[in-house]
Design a binder for this molecule. Structure first.
Ligand code: FNR
Length: 378
């Protein structure tokens, strides 16, 4: 069946991936209430249908963090993507940059920042987690400078990891038992396209950015290192530490509360991503679209506000812009498209989102995305 929507990519990814990886992408923490709310709360936002406004010329272009982009949508950081498709981060970055959209590489990517920059042919944004070993952090920041990464996205909503039951059952976040190992082997063999594309020809399958710190090449050793090295002591003071080493824009990702938005700005943030990590951290937290208006109010136009969480269509993007976001980041939407069809899948996902955004603009009488605001809301 042809792909018409982002939801179709989810089903295509489910068929293509070993179940363990599909569940890793699809799942959230605890009862997944926030994950569901992220998506459901969008449909509660009603737009004004406007007519007779000459919508033959529509502009989706925006300026954001020093560049013009073709649309107010980028690819947010997703860890492990090289396990979903052959050198997955490279394929996704190519698709994003060709579409004129920003790509943000996760600290926990399979391909390292050097490989993705070189093979995609343009600088990429980089997402950083605070790691206890500050010498390692310093070295990593130096590597980002060498690769001319224009924007640092600092994720603040993961001082500890939320309990993700699906991953625990599949042995992703705990050492796997023998039955889990056997089940994994079977899942690989029964998904031969993935097995060939990723497991047999897609290596090295390590967390590329971390190889300097982790001596073993076994993925399990990386997971142990991450558990031991993510820094739960992190506070706003640590942003100053990063700032001493990084001159470019710092975007703080993982803000849901207006007080935290004010603190982020006081700490020198050049942008904010309203995010709850796609419902993978504090279950019971507000959906991002519900949290957005108060964060926008607190920011008072002093820095761009981006939003992620639950974006499944171009219509959702317009709703977020109407409530004050300057741009949105995709998460699962692009991860599923990549898993389903590699670079071509991500290209198609972005073009679906863009076409849907343009139609939504036309039907609300909004011809320039930069002017999308509360007057679009019913
Ligand atoms: C994430 N997210 C994430 N965020 C981050 O800052 N660093 C990371 O390495 C990851 N890894 C990651 C893996 C997977 C599988 C998912 C689903 C999410 C969070 C991500 O950037 C984003 O905040 C959410 O995915 C947005 O929600 P939706 O669009 O997926 O609903």
């Amino acid at each position: 069946m042809a792909i018409a929507s982002i939801t179709d990519f989810r089903e295509a990814a489910r068929r293509r991936l070993p179940d363990l990886f599909f569940q890793y992408i699809d799942g959230g923490s605890y009862d997944e209430a926030t994950l569901k709310r992220n998506v459901a709360d969008f449909s509660g936002i009603t737009l004004r249908q406007r007519v007779m406004r000459d919508v033959s010329n529509l502009s989706t272009q925006i300026e954001l963090l020093g560049r013009t982009w073709s649309m107010p949508v980028g690819l947010g950081p997703i860890g492990f993507t090289g396990m979903f498709a052959h050198r997955g981060e490279v394929q996704a970055a190519r698709a994003a940059l060709a579409a004129g959209a920003p790509f943000c590489l996760s600290t926990l990517s399979i391909c390292d920042v050097e490989e993705v920059t070189q093979k995609s042919g343009a600088p990429i944004w980089f997402q950083l987690y605070m790691i206890r070993d500050r010498a390692f952090m310093s070295d990593l920041i130096d590597r980002l400078k060498i690769q001319k990464c224009p924007v640092l996205v600092f994720t603040v909503d993961l001082p500890v990891t939320g309990a993700r039951y699906r991953d625990m059952r599949n042995g992703v976040s705990a050492p796997p038992s023998l039955p889990v190992m056997l089940s994994r082997a079977w899942q690989g063999v029964s998904h031969p396209a993935w097995l060939w594309d990723v497991r047999l020809t897609g290596g090295p399958l390590v967390f590329g950015n971390l190889t300097a710190a982790v001596k073993s090449r076994a993925l399990g050793k990386f997971s142990t290192w991450i558990a031991e090295n993510f820094d739960p002591t992190v506070t706003w003071k640590d942003i100053a530490w990063v700032r001493e080493r990084w001159n470019g824009p710092i975007v703080i990702k993982g803000i849901l509360d207006p007080d935290d938005a004010r603190e982020a700005l006081a700490a020198g943030a050049d942008g904010i991503v309203v995010s709850n990590h796609g419902g993978r951290q504090l279950d019971g937290a507000l959906s991002t679209i519900a949290a957005l208006p108060r964060v926008v109010e607190a920011v008072e136009g002093r820095a761009p506000v981006l939003l992620d969480g639950g974006i499944r269509s171009g219509l959702d993007v317009l709703r977020a812009l109407a409530l004050g976001a300057q741009a949105c980041l995709l998460g699962r939407a692009w991860a599923f498209a990549l898993a389903a069809q590699g670079e071509a899948g991500v290209t198609q996902a972005l073009s679906i989102i863009r076409a849907e955004l343009a139609v939504a603009m036309a039907l609300t009488g909004c011809t320039d995305v930069r002017q999308a605001g509360r007057d679009l809301l019913a």
